[in-house]
Design a protein. Structure first.
Length: 196
């Protein structure tokens, strides 16, 4: 065998080894299951019966609200507590609080909270409105450029005793408006004082 032929064979063997090593390395580290994993949004879990459950966001501790501006009751033992209505310098008003299931059964009737959505935000509190009685104007939840609400989403089932935080962002009423009526479908209307 000539030197030239020997070099070509050795080069071919080296290329073959590199290819085998590349495939072997690509196959390592997996669990052997090539099926895509179903992604699950943070704050949701599946119960043994397969139904989605709402949970408080994970990863960081939620501070306990120190102020209560209003508490109103809804259907089937649901309670809504508004903890803040803060006007910011950008011209927005953010209302936040908690929804609590004080009843004995899981609450799954959250569809009414979405309101009449053209671009659905899914299970959310997008149906909430503010009314400025002094200025005689109603405010709706703001939307992003895709039409999704700037509010809490993913509220499907709230278990008995579970408390879920919520927020909704609106255009800010004029600075002369110091309080608004906050209304989420299926709950009584709450009058809340604006800060900021």
């Amino acid at each position: 065998m000539s030197t030239r032929h020997s070099v070509t064979v050795r080069g071919g063997v080296a290329a073959l080894l590199v290819t085998v090593l590349a495939f072997t390395t690509a196959g390592c580290g997996g669990d052997g299951d090539n099926k895509p994993k179903a992604s699950q949004a943070p704050g949701h879990s599946k119960s043994p019966d397969g139904a989605a459950r709402s949970q408080a966001p994970t990863g960081s501790a939620q501070p306990t609200p120190t102020e209560t501006l209003a508490t109103v009751n809804g259907e089937a033992g649901m309670t809504l507590t508004v903890n803040s209505a803060v006007r910011d310098a950008g011209g927005f008003l953010t209302v936040s609080g908690q929804l609590k299931n004080t009843g004995g059964q899981p609450f799954a009737s959250t569809a009414a909270w979405r309101g009449n959505e053209l671009n659905s935000s899914g299970a959310s509190v997008a149906g909430v409105t503010l009314v400025d009685k002094l200025g005689k104007k109603r405010y709706y939840v703001l939307r992003d450029t895709d039409g999704r609400c700037l509010c809490t989403t993913g509220l499907t089932i709230i278990d008995p005793g579970q408390t879920v935080p919520f927020f909704a962002q609106f255009p800010a009423p004029p600075s002369t408006t110091t309080e608004v009526d906050f209304s989420l479908p299926t709950f009584a209307t709450a009058t809340v004082k604006i800060s900021g």
